[in-house]
Each structure stands twice: as C-alpha cells, then as structure tokens.
Design a protein around this ligand. Structure first.
Ligand code: DAH
Length: 357
C-alpha cells in the first residue's frame, strides 16, 4: 500500500496538465484502477484482515482523490497566472484614430438657427409632416380654388373620390405649424418651427423634400418694425457679419397682410458669395404681418392680437453660408460629400461659443 501511495502521489505531483491527471485518476481509482481492484480483494479476506485493510484502502483512496483535486487546482491557477501574464492590455495607450460620422449641414444649420432665435425668446414648435389640407391650406387663408394650391406642387396621400374624407398632404411648407402652435398655446406666442417639407419638384435648386424654418410672434402691439429688427439680428448672427443690408420687397402671401420678401445685400465677386457687401441682392425668405383670417383659424382674436410671421429655406441658407453648390447632393448620402461638408459632433452651435467653429 505504501508503494501504491508513493507511486501515485509522485506521479500526481509531476502531472503536467489535466489530461495527465485524468489518466492517473483512471489508473488509480477508476473502475478498473489499481486501488479499486485491491478493494475488490477485500471480499476474499478474513474479517480480521478486512478490518485492517478496509480502512487503510479507503484512506488511501481519499488521499489520492484529494491529491488529484489539489494538483488540478494548482494547474488551473498556474494557467490563469499565465493568461494574466500574456493577455494584458495597456489602457493608457492613446486611442487609435477611427473614422467618425459627421453632422449634416442641414442639422448643423437647424441648430444654428435654433440657437439664434432661442436667444431672442423663440421656442421650438413642431407639427406633423403628413398634414390635413385644412392646416396646410384653408387655415392659412388658401381656399380650395386658390392658385397657390396648384403652384405648390402638392403631394396628396391619395386621390379624392366622391364624398370620401378629404385627402391629407405632405406639408408643402412649415406654415401649418403656425396654426397648431396658436391653437395649442394661444397668445402671446413666440415660436420657430424648423422641419421637413415636400413639393413635387426636382432640379439643381429643388428637391422633393427640403427644409424650412417658420417663425411666428404674436402679441398686442407687434409691428413690421419688430419683424425687421428680428430678421436683421438673425442674419447678422447667422452669417457672422457685423452689418447687413436687408431689402424688404412688397410681395403677396395669402397668410400675411402686408407681405414682404426679404433680400440680403451680397456680392458674387470672383465667383464666391460674400454676404453684407456688394451690389447684388439675394432673396432669403418670405414674411409679413399675420392675416386676421389666420389668427382666427388659430383661435386667436385678431381685434386683440397681431403679429408677424416668416418662412425661410434651411437648405438654401446652408448652401449660402457654407458655399455648397448643388442642393441635390444634400440628400445623396455620398460619404465623400458628408465628410467634406459635415461638421464634428462636438461643434454644438451656441451664440457664446461660436456658431460654426
Ligand atoms: N410658406 C411660404 C412658402 O413656403 C413661406 C412664408 C412666407 C412663410 C411668408 C411665412 C410668411 O410665414 O409670412 O413659400
């Protein structure tokens, strides 16, 4: 028995891996292992012999089993130590440069516009892109027969047949948000509404989906003078110039009376656009004093309240500010274009930190 013990304890202590340990286990205490065979001999012994040999064999079996377990634990500790030694990572190394996404100019400019108007006390309002034709047209003083409905190249959700519910439209402008904001918040009111709009039109300066920002200010004594100041402040802040000339050109929109289109002074000298100097004028928005019919549609009493509104193309002012020549490329998802014209995610536009640094 002492020989058996020495033989197996030495072998177990020298086993190199778990497979070797398993072989030893089978040889010693497996079903047909040496110690198991010895135990079977107990049956043939006299009771006296058995009383001596039985406990000794059992003790030997236990001793071998615990030597196996101890060696197994030691081997796996050593394996873990080896892994910890070889599979390490220096987390203090600098990060590898990785291609990151960019902020689309439309998103960037929307943020810029929002920051500027927020500073003047305008909140952001929203409305649905699939709009009823009442909100998109009627409420804005554009009745069914009005030519503006045809001019806007409206997308309808389905053809109107018989007495069916009137079709919805993809909103052709952000102006319906004026009505929704008036209904939801009442007067006084100061909101801008940036968002997507849709018209069936496609060429270098038109895409079927584009972006506008609507502005609306309602109070007891708001006048064209307030409109002019707000737009001048906006243009100076947006184009990051100290002085701009704005030209208010009499115009017509069904939802404003009087109405004005606004141009900014610019020059195209040397083929590049400069805002604020030169002898050219560039139209950037439509505006006016909100028509009494429109106030009424928004449940606001035109005898008590008045205000101004304006609507501006976001993509258009983005092209002007950042010198982007073709509108269609805005929506091509071309990675080269996005990397060239895109902005870093961390350049959040603020008035104090700079709009487009
Ligand atoms: N909704 C007009 C358009 O899409 C733009 C516009 C003009 C909006 C005058 C206004 C406004 O709020 O007062 O062409």
């Amino acid at each position: 028995m002492n020989d058996l013990r020495d033989k197996y304890l030495t072998a177990i202590a020298g086993a190199r891996d778990e497979a070797a340990l398993e072989d030893l286990r089978v040889q010693a205490v497996g079903k047909k292992g040496e110690i198991s065979l010895q135990m079977r001999e107990l049956g043939r012994m006299t009771p006296e012999e058995r009383q001596v040999a039985g406990p000794l064999l059992n003790a030997l079996k236990d001793e071998i089993n615990s030597a196996l377990a101890a060696r197994k634990a030691a081997l796996s500790d050593a394996a873990l130590d080896e892994r910890l030694r070889s599979e390490w990572l220096d987390v203090t190394l600098p990060a590898r440069p990785r291609r990151t996404g960019t902020i689309h100019p439309v998103s960037q400019v929307t943020e810029e516009v929002t920051a500027i108007f927020a500073d003047m006390g305008f909140a952001v309002a929203e409305g649905p892109q699939i709009e009823s034709d009442w909100y998109n047209f009627d409420a804005l003083n554009i009745p069914g027969h009005h030519p503006a409905r045809a001019e806007m190249d409206t997308f309808y959700t389905h053809r109107a047949t018989g007495d069916e519910r009137p079709p919805h439209v993809l909103r052709t402008h952000t102006s319906p948000v004026q009505i929704r904001a008036m209904q939801a918040q009442g007067a006084p009111l100061r909101v801008i509404a940036p968002g997507r709009v849709y018209r069936a039109d496609y060429d270098q300066t038109h895409t079927p989906m584009f972006h506008q920002v609507e502005g609306l200010a309602i109070d007891r004594d708001i006048s064209m003078a307030n409109l002019k100041w707000v737009l001048e402040e906006f243009v100076k802040a947006f184009f990051e110039v100290d002085n701009v000339d704005l030209r208010f050109r009499a115009s017509h929109f069904p939802f404003t009376e009087p109405s004005a289109e606004v141009d900014i002074r610019c020059s195209w000298e040397g083929g590049t656009l400069k805002v604020g100097e030169g002898d050219d004028w560039l139209e950037i928005l439509g505006s006016g004093m909100v028509h009494p019919h429109v106030l009424k549609a928004g449940n606001i009493d035109p005898n008590e309240w008045q205000g101004f509104a304006f609507g501006m193309g976001i993509d258009r002012i983005a092209m002007l500010k950042y010198g982007i020549p073709d509108l269609r490329a805005f929506f091509d998802s071309d990675l080269r274009w996005l990397r060239h014209y895109g902005f870093t995610a961390l350049d959040v536009p603020t008035l104090h930190g700079g709009l487009s640094r």
